[in-house]
Write a new protein. Sequence first.
Length: 379
Amino acid sequence: MRLGVIGGGQLGRMLIAAARELGVAVSVLDPDPEAACAVVADRFFVGDLTDASAVTALAEQCDVLTYEIEHINVSALQALAERVTLVRPAPQVLAIIQDKLVQKQHLAARGVPVPEFTAGRPGESAEAAAERLGYPCVFKARRGGYDGHGVLVCRDRSELERAGVDAGWDASGWYLERYVPELREPAVVVARSVEGTLEVYPPFEMMFHPERNICDAVIVPARLPGQARDRAAEVAVAAAESFGSAGLFAVELFLSRDGAITVNEIAPRPHNSGHVTIESCVTSQFEQHLRAVCGFPLGSSALLSPGAMVNLLAQSGAGGPARIAGVSEALAFAGVHLHLYGKQRSRAGRKMGHVTALAGSTEEALRRARAAAAAVRIT
Ligand code: ADP
């Protein structure tokens, strides 16, 4: 079995580690010759992810093509899926997911609960759109957002004015969502095999950096009351099933103050929230993604142990060749696993690795993972 992966970052790198064990050869396409996958892929192609000829050259080496990033050329994939090779998840899934507004419309039309949202009307000002939906509201870029870039929370009109949204406002590029007064941000990863069977992971809980709107830690299982846990799984399955495609779907959810579960967004691939599965579940999300897209039977998603994962981000002021210190100190903590992504260059806030800890409770696992992560300094 030969698998092609579009995108050569850390997700691809961890996918390759799982592929080695299953005897799947992996070819990767990425524009950066120093990408995390460059030294671990069986074959590595340097090329633009949106370049149809580069994607076609990759596909010609493979039996199945998948992707670890969403911002790629969907029409090239659609043409390939018709002529050359299997593309999983199906290119149509990406066409929906790439545009957050289309994604929300797709889910809402299928009865999957989402926060109330509205598209900007042609010629409408940001202020008028916000008044129409009501404050507090969240402006979101329809395309290209990541790690909170392209998301702006406005509690009232003065916040909107201060953010200067009107200056860059383009009703076709943005949409608005009602602010969810959330308690928690669980995520449920759902795998769907080629035959349509499902495996649902226990809910993970994403924890956010207090100042920067970025997920810095994950615990499993999520702190959810029993009813919310069942509802989270039910909503995630409905969301994943709505695409009718084989693959792995990471469903980011909101649990609001009133107990309602809604879908924030879906990634059709392994996800940062699922890194903890490498150690804490019977089958890691990476092996599961491989099984799903290669047409193998799915593995068990059962939890082996409570666990926690903490992202290792390059420190503020970092830049240039990456320097990593404190590895020995981190490895001295009991039950801790270190994953470094092999990125050659650091940039403040860039994800350079992660630490996972298993323990008898999620609290203890998180305490150990945070302590070990604090020992690592990346500049
Ligand atoms: P990204 O794709 O950049 O991760 P998201 O749409 O997931 O962007 O938003 C980033 C974060 O902003 C979320 O994880 C959540 O903390 C907050 N957020 C987004 N939408 C809402 C909303 N409607 N209500 C409350 N908080 C939100």
